[in-house]
Write a protein that binds this ligand. Structure first.
Ligand code: ADP
Length: 363
């Protein structure tokens, strides 16, 4: 990288519902910091949301608006970074199409996330309808066997295995490559996706000649995995989330419900902070969390008092967020913010797209 050139960072988030504290600590807190160091492009990945949620398209527009307000209230500043809606910049689809010309299907079929998520979607679709699921599985298995395939590929024959879903790593590559991203913030588990992007760059440049596309590097972000109130990973699909702007009453109720050490029944029982959700949240919201943990271990504090303190600490931050968000909701024209962001993104993306088209002999 030349010294006078800043690294370019690209990242997106799917507008699939209200953001929760897992999203904040896992992703958005990093974004808010990155915008000060790099040239950042952050986008609402609405096309990506459709890859697994075409049946929920009616909530896309509302979710997009809510997400942008959350971003603003978290400190993402349109003056410091470019943020926009993916589908407003058609070059994302155009470059994905071109990348699709040089991406073997076998690369996509090997993508572990595709298989895992497909099976998860399959289970969710037939949740509570085991009979139907068995029938559907039977039919798809027969189909799979008829094609000489093993049971592992069964879900591939279901109607959830759409082309958009199989091809989402191609769209993701386009998202990144249009802006010549040099760094992509990811967790270690997402490395295979970025490797796929890098493979596509090499294949594209090799097939069409030249160095049109740039290989991005991972930017490993260290972020905690935030537990939900039941102790599993916080996730929309588990219904165990605390929203970024959770209202005071339900925040209190949720903290009170949090899973704690089942062996600590009385105040003076010695506690085990590992695995206790309240302790995990103290780590995030209480600078004195170590003191709290020591007191728990020594049996010098009870879970009730520990929760009470946590409620106060969390409400202080979350209350501040709610106030900022309400101000933005009343004063900001979200459509205008997105339109301006899209214009800035397009100015960069259209140049790269023209270069890619030229390389592919189209212009
Ligand atoms: P959900 O599981 O609620 O559907 P998403 O898949 O939309 O969440 O998450 C978007 C991003 O937010 C993920 O890529 C991940 O980086 C981050 N994230 C989500 N849940 C958590 C969590 N519990 N802890 C840390 N990060 C998380």
């Amino acid at each position: 990288m030349e010294n006078n050139k800043k690294d370019v960072v690209v990242s997106g988030a799917r507008p699939t519902g209200r953001l929760h504290l897992g999203n904040y600590w896992g992703t958005l807190k990093n974004w808010a910091e990155l915008q000060h160091k790099y040239d950042c492009y952050f986008f609402v990945a609405d096309w990506h949301a459709l890859t697994t949620g075409a049946d929920k398209s009616e909530s896309l527009a509302a979710n997009t608006r809510e997400m942008v307000l959350d971003w603003l209230a978290l400190g993402l500043d349109p003056a410091k970074c470019v943020f926009f809606r993916q589908s407003d910049v058609k070059e994302h689809a155009e470059l994905a199409l071109l990348l699709g010309m040089v991406t073997p299907i076998s690369w996509l079929l090997r993508n572990p996330t595709f298989k895992d998520q497909l099976q998860e979607l399959y289970k969710q679709k037939y949740k509570g309808q085991e009979d139907k699921m068995k029938k559907a599985e039977g039919v798809t298995r027969q189909l799979a066997e008829a094609h000489g395939e093993d049971a592992e590929t069964t879900a591939l024959h279901s109607d959830m295995a759409v082309i958009g879903f199989l091809g989402y790593p191609v769209l993701m590559a386009a998202d990144i490559l249009l802006y010549d991203a040099t760094k992509v913030p990811i967790g270690k588990d997402q490395l295979p996706h970025l490797e796929l992007t890098r493979d596509m760059v090499r294949r594209f440049n090799h097939v069409f000649g030249g160095q049109t596309l740039t290989e991005p590097e991972p930017l490993f972000t260290s972020s905690p995995v935030v537990p939900g109130i039941d102790g599993r990973k916080m996730s929309k699909s588990y219904g165990n989330t605390i929203a970024l702007g959770e209202d005071a009453k339900s925040l209190e109720a949720k903290v009170k419900k949090m899973y704690t050490d089942p062996l600590k029944l009385k105040v003076d029982d010695k506690g085990h902070p590992e695995g206790c959700v309240v302790c995990a949240f103290h780590k995030l919201y209480n600078p004195e969390w170590k003191v709290q943990e020591d007191a728990c271990r020594a049996g010098a504090t009870g879970c009730g008092a520990c929760k009470k303190l946590l409620i106060e600490l969390m409400e202080k931050e979350i209350g501040g967020f709610r106030a900022r968000r309400a101000e933005f909701a009343a004063s900001v024209d979200v459509d205008k913010v997105l339109a301006e962001g899209a214009a800035r993104a397009r100015a960069v993306a259209s140049k790269k797209m023209a270069a890619a088209s030229k390389a592919a002999g189209l212009l």
